[in-house]
Structure formats: C-alpha cells, structure tokens
Write a protein of this length. Structure first.
Ligand code: ARG
Length: 461
C-alpha cells in the first residue's frame, strides 16, 4: 500500500494515507491557527528549558529560537502556507521549522506532546485575552462613573415590575450597572489565577523521562506555577469553562443593560438619545433610528450561553486523560472571548455618548404616583401605623387616578379627606427632590450618596 502523505509527523506506523475527508474532518488548523503566537512562545520556552537541562545544545536551541521567530514573522506577513494535511497549528509550525533548520527542528518536540502543548497554548492565549477584556471592562466602569457623577441629581422613575415605583436618581441607576461590571471583573481575575498555571511537562499524559525543569519553563512564560498532576494537566478544561461562565454572566448584565437602553430610546419612554454613530436606519421607514448596538449585544448573549453549554457538555463524559473531543473546546471558547470583548468594547464606547433627556425622565417620575411611599412614611412619622398609612395613601392614589392628578398636585383639603394627620408640611415630602434626598444612607439614591459612592467606586476601579 502506498503512503502518499508521508509528510505527516506521526506517519511512521501507518501504511495507508488518511482518507481525504477524515483529514479535513479531524483538522483544527482552520481555527487553531490563531494560537500561533502563543504556540511559538511556548516552544521557545520549551527549547530554552531543554538546553538548560542538557537535552539540547546551545547551537540547537539557537537555531530553533531563530527559526521560530522567522516563522512568526512569516505568519504575520501572511506568507505562511497553512496545511490541512498537517492537521493543527502545532504540527504546521513544527514541520515548517524542520523545513527551515533541519535536524534541530525535529528535536524540539523532545519531552513534550501536543496534549500538554495545546493546553499550554490555550492558557497563554486566554491569559492575554482576559487582560485585553479587563482593560475594556475598566474603561466601561470609568464611563459609568463619569456619567453617574454628572447625573447625580437627575431624577427619573425607579421601576419594579416595570411599573413606576419610587423616584431615583439617574446617577444611582447607572451605579447599579457599575456594580455588576465590578463583579464581572473580579470573576475574570479569579479565573485568571487558575488559567495561569503551566501544564507543559505532562507530555502525553504520564509525564516524561527527560530531566525537565518545569518551574523554569513556567518562569520563562510568566506562569504563576506548574500544574500538579500530569493526567489532569492535559485533560483539564475547567479554566475555559470558568471563562465562559464568567463571560455568560457578563453578557447577561450587558443584555439587561441593553434592554433598558432599547426601552429608553423608544418614543414611549424617550429617556435618552444615542448618537447616530451607534444607530442605523431602516431601508423602508425613513423616520427610523434603531438602537442596533444594544439590540445586538442583547442578541449575542445567547451565543455565549451556548458556548458555555457546549463546553460543559464536551467535558462531562470524558474519561482521563486527553481525548480528541478536547479539540472541540476551541471554537466555543474563541467565540465567547470574541463576543465578550466586542460587546464590552461597544459599551465602553457608547456609554459616554448616552444623552439623557432630563425633562422627560422627570416628567415620567411625576406620572406614576412615585412619591406614594413617601406620603405613607410621612403619616408614620405623624404616629399612624404603617399598614393604616398604606391604606390611606392607597385611597388617595385611587382618587388621583380618577382625577388624573398626582399626589403633589392635590390641595391640602383634598389630601385631608383621607387623613386628618396630613398637614401643610406634606408637600415637602411629595416632591421628587425631597423623596430622593430622604434616602440618604450608604447604597441609597440621594444625590449626596451617589456622589460619595462615585468617589469610593473610583478607588475600586
Ligand atoms: N489539535 C489538537 C487539539 O486541539 C492538539 C492535540 C492533539 N493531540 C493528539 N494526541 N491528537 O486538541
């Protein structure tokens, strides 16, 4: 039987060529080539370590490092011919290295397997991506704080059940988003600790008989330490799942935020405007200006939830140690990375451009009896039991609904029909300003508290 693909790095024990479709079906180079920089960095560190422990000569190591650097430049220039027959990024680069430098190239894979190599590459890659995402999250946090500070006095209705509940300040509302993003950043930072451990040295699954120095390789690559167990090292994908879980939660937050922006830009709410550069029009309705960015972010959350579920399902049935199934970890992980990054970047760009329509927000807060709780609290201060106060105010609201008037628009006589405990001083609590100023404690909506919260938050960013 003839072997027409003798170029395969593992071809020795095979007596016939790989089926053409199987070759394509099993290849990952189409999507794992994005790991090339990290694959090369890992190989350079591995070669240095092999030299340190006496497995490679200085000349061999030098040839390997120079060859790999030239390959990186080739790839950057777009001059590298990726081959599906060479299956993945690792074997494409290794084969090219041997083309370029000969026998020394064939020594690079000593004491290593693609199993620990790919685990190393993905960790290195994800570490960089977490750092890039964190920078965007930080930018989004700062944008939220700047806007919250500017809008510390802006009044709007706060909602429960999407019904007007109590007045809040827009700054306070924005700080709720800040808190969510702060927790997201903490989750990614925590995930990064477990990402940043070196699996290299586990080789195929059992370790290697060469006198390797894993701590040295870890140090060269900036890992915090080495993984403990070789079987776990090559098969663990918890770190990728954790990233996707954190990304899913981030996208949940951005999706909720999006839903509010979509509502607020509608003619019915009309609380904010988004500049034209974040919107698009309709091909048929000339008047339309659609909030595409928030809508897309809301939609993209579904992809990331899918990525998380794909990885959980990928892992649940795998016996130790490495299985080819693991090759399927990359596309969901890359998709989650790309989506989380793009959505965060879009938000970091867009939030500073939000234009609040303060008059509309204020008018909406005046419409829904938002200060009813304040009237009940006022009666309690006059000695009325809270449940009785609740009943009194409920009746006043019913009257207001019939009359089409808010509580603050009623006369003292009208209000006193519901309780003789109501006096002239009631009007101070029925205003929106009085209502928010009264919620003057840590975590409350008073403008003073919002400003102090912004100061504390800046120290946390
Ligand atoms: N392309 C493979 C992956 O992504 C690399 C590791 C393959 N190892 C093996 N023994 N087939 O997981």
């Amino acid at each position: 039987m003839s072997k027409d693909d003798a170029g395969k790095l593992w071809g020795g024990r095979f007596s016939e060529a790989t089926d053409r479709f199987v070759e394509e079906f099993t290849a990952s180079v189409g999507f794992d080539q994005r790991l090339y920089r990290h694959d090369i960095a890992g190989s350079i560190a591995h070669a240095r370590m092999l030299e340190k422990v006496g497995v490679l000569s200085a000349a061999e190591r030098e040839a390997i490092v120079a060859g790999l650097q030239e390959i990186a430049a080739e790839i950057e220039r777009g001059d590298f011919a990726w081959s599906v027959a060479l299956e993945d990024v690792h074997m494409n680069i290794e084969a090219r290295l041997t083309d370029r430098i000969g026998i020394a190239g064939k020594k690079l894979h000593t004491g290593r397997s693609r199993n620990d190599q790919v685990a190393t590459d993905v960790r290195l890659y994800l570490r960089d991506e977490i750092d890039a995402l964190d920078a965007e999250l930080k930018r989004l946090q700062s944008a939220l704080l700047d806007l919250a500070e500017r809008e510390a006095d802006t009044l709007m209705p706060g909602f429960t059940h999407l019904q007007v509940a109590q007045p809040v300040t827009f700054g306070h509302h924005l700080l709720a988003w800040f808190e969510m993003i702060t927790r997201d950043r903490a989750r990614f930072a925590d995930c990064r600790k477990r990402v940043n451990m070196l699996p290299l040295g586990a080789a195929a699954l059992a370790g290697t008989s060469y006198p390797i120095d894993r701590a040295y390789t870890a140090q060269l690559l900036g890992f915090d330490g080495v993984t403990e167990n070789s079987l776990d090292s090559v098969s663990d994908r918890d770190f990728a799942i954790e990233f996707c879980a954190a990304a899913a939660l981030l996208l949940t937050h951005l999706s909720r935020f999006s839903e509010e922006l979509v509502l607020w830009t509608s003619a019915q709410f009309d609380f904010i405007a988004l500049p034209d550069r974040f919107c698009t029009g309709s091909s048929i309705m000339p008047q339309k200006k659609n909030p595409d960015v928030p809508e897309l972010v809301r939609g993209k959350s579904g992809r990331v939830f899918g990525d998380l579920l794909a990885l959980l399902t990928l892992m649940k049935g795998q016996p130790l140690a490495y299985n080819k199934d693991n090759q399927e970890d990359k596309e969901p992980l890359f998709d989650a990375i790309d989506t989380a990054y793009a959505c965060t970047r879009a938000y970091a760009d867009m939030v500073p451009a939000i234009e609040p329509k303060r008059e509309n927000m204020r008018a909406a807060a005046l419409k829904g009896f938002a200060t009813a709780t304040d009237l009940a609290d006022y009666l309690v201060r006059k000695g009325v039991a809270f449940r009785d106060a609740h009943e009194v105010v409920g009746k006043a609201v019913r009257f207001g609904v019939e009359q089409g008037r808010d509580l603050a628009a009623m006369s003292l006589e009208e209000l006193r029909q519901f309780s003789a405990d109501i006096g002239e001083d009631v009007f101070a609590v029925l205003t929106l300003e009085g209502s928010v100023a009264a919620r003057d404690h840590v975590g409350g909506t008073a403008p003073r508290q919002v400003r102090e919260a912004v100061v504390r938050a800046r120290a946390r960013v």
